[in-house]
Design a protein around this ligand. Structure first.
Ligand code: ZN
Length: 549
């Protein structure tokens, strides 16, 4: 015989199920009450369903600031037929639920087997509800994902769906670790295979693991502010700023625009969820020139004393490649300081296509960095046998190739790190609920690309780019900064360049001689001015200044 109270409880709880469709409460309830026999009521009186919900793990920044956590909330509901005095009940509940008394009274008097009085009630209200002892009013505990600093870092953190599964960003990539395990109840069985009600065992839920990121929330805040201002000022279509530590490969901040707010992700089009630091591919333009120069110095096909002559253009296989102006007689370092196309093409011709290709690959161009973010693009760097006769003039000036912003920063960071390419690090370690480290991800070198001597030489030339060359707008008074500007053309349908459509970029490292910060700024199709030195360098300067002061 089913008791009356159980039947009643089952009736409105089944209505509640439709409300909580797909939720874990549904599955537990279905499996453990509706689908089973009477004696379960006895068991479940002792173990309430919500005791079985596992909390998702937390996500912290490098200083222990909470970026994502589960909070417990209550959904308070009623079975109106079981409420003896709706007016009195409404008066008692109104202050507890912070809800209008009249509206509560209406709901409590409704002709329905089940009504939700309020969702998202702080779990601290549970005790007061228990003490208020209002007949016919119940509540279930639920968890909600909370991002205390949102919309900060939304593109990196991603979000969790209704069924508490990670759907984007780190929430998606590390879902198995973060998720935890829901608890459950088991019974022993008798000889006939029937469960024995007195032999119940509660298997408690296991909280998910925590992620400790390399992100610094304070730098992230500076970066997002600077990027918002730059987007507003330049009316660019897309924008990315990444800050790293070139020594360890740690990603300290990463912002992408357009973006979204991960608390309300459904309100944004899915395109806004994309993280352009790894999803966008661009022609790097002149930002690859330091890499070409490093390769040539390492292979000793050029020396510091070499001179070049720039008449304003050069001919590569019947094609005229122009410079911004005739740079005239130049030393090797002037090629970088002036960002001279003619000079760097002649350096690349001495290197030859095989070596040029091998070094650019060595710097990680054309391959995924392996950062744990969804949808990372690998970019494009064709093998030398697929190059055209023009390629030796296009590739050293950052054309006929595609990179992601992260790939570009990682490659240039190896110059700031004495020639050693580091794998970008976003997660430092995984801990359990007690804070014990379960897994650590130490900084990880990929390979040495050039010698320390070569790297130092190129870095000092990049310093002159900022003190006397195209990167003057990146200067921060009192600090030594190395950098490189880039202006890449955008290819449209059929691979033809779109007139007036450019990527503006600036990559910089500071403070010299031993940089601890690298910053890359990329703006896609800024309106009006488009030279990296005019558009992206000032954004770099703003970020660098706030980090340094
Ligand atoms: Zn030139």
């Amino acid at each position: 015989m089913l008791s009356q109270s159980f039947i009643r409880r089952a009736a409105f709880l089944s209505s509640l199920l439709f409300f909580l469709l797909g939720g874990v409460v549904f599955r537990l309830f279905y499996l453990q009450i509706l689908n089973h026999h009477l004696y379960r009521e006895e068991v479940l009186r002792r173990f309430t369903l919500d005791e079985l919900l596992a909390l998702r793990g937390e996500i912290f920044d490098r200083n222990g600031e909470v970026l994502a956590k589960d909070v417990e909330v209550l959904t308070v509901y009623a079975c109106p037929r079981a409420v003896p005095d709706p007016s009195q009940a409404a008066a008692r509940l109104a202050p507890l639920l912070a809800e209008d008394e009249e509206r509560l009274r209406e709901r409590l008097s409704a002709h329905a087997s089940f009504v939700v009085l309020r969702a998202g009630v702080p779990s601290s209200v549970g005790n007061a509800l228990r003490e208020a002892r209002v007949d016919g009013v119940y509540w279930v505990r639920e968890t909600r994902r909370f991002y205390p600093k949102a919309p900060l870092l939304s593109a990196v953190l991603g979000f969790v769906g209704k069924d508490r599964k990670g759907l984007e960003g780190l929430e998606y990539v590390f879902d198995n670790l973060l998720r935890g395990k829901d608890g459950y109840v088991t019974f022993e069985r008798d000889a006939l295979g029937q469960e024995i009600p007195t032999t119940v065992t509660l298997h408690p839920p296991e909280k998910g693991k925590n992620l400790h990121l390399t992100i610094d929330a304070i730098i992230q805040f500076f970066v997002e502010e600077a990027l918002d201002r730059a987007m507003e000022r330049t009316k660019a279509k897309r924008g990315v700023i990444i800050v790293n530590d070139p020594k360890t490969g740690d990603i300290l901040a990463l912002a992408s625009r357009p973006s979204f707010d991960n608390r309300r992700f459904q309100e944004f089009p899915p395109e806004a969820w994309r993280n352009h630091a790894v999803n966008m591919v661009i022609e790097p333009g002149s930002t690859v020139k330091p890499l070409v120069l490093a390769a040539a110095l390492e292979e000793k096909v050029v020396t510091l004393g070499d001179t070049f002559y720039c008449s304003g253009a050069t001919r590569v296989h019947n094609h005229r490649i122009r410079c911004i102006k005739a740079h005239g007689q130049e030393k090797l370092e002037d090629v970088l300081i002036n960002s001279c196309n003619v000079g760097i093409i002649s350096v690349a011709q001495r290197l030859g296509k095989e070596k040029l290709y091998r070094y650019l690959r060595g710097f990680g161009l054309g391959e995924r960095t392996g950062v744990p973010l969804p949808g990372e693009e690998e970019g494009l760097l064709r093998q030398p046998e697929k190059w055209s006769l023009l390629s030796i003039g296009a590739i050293p000036i950052g054309q006929e190739m595609m990179v992601t912003p992260l790939q570009l920063l990682v490659a240039l960071s190896s110059i700031a790190n004495g020639g050693m390419l580091m794998r970008p690090r976003l997660v430092q370690r995984v801990t359990d609920a007690l804070g014990n480290t379960l897994e650590a991800f130490p900084p990880s070198p990929v390979r040495r690309v050039v010698s320390e001597k070569t790297a130092r030489l190129v870095l000092s030339m990049m310093e002159k780019v900022v003190t006397e060359g195209t990167g003057k707008k990146a200067q921060v008074v009192g600090y030594r900064i190395a950098g490189k500007t880039g202006t890449g053309q955008k290819a449209g349908q059929g691979g033809r360049y779109v007139p007036g459509a450019y990527y503006s970029s600036f990559a910089g490292f500071f403070p010299l001689p031993d940089p601890r910060f690298g910053v890359l700024v990329v703006l896609d199709e800024p309106q009006g001015e488009y030279y990296g030195g005019d558009i992206a360098a000032p954004v770099f300067q703003e970020v660098a200044e706030r980090i340094l002061r």
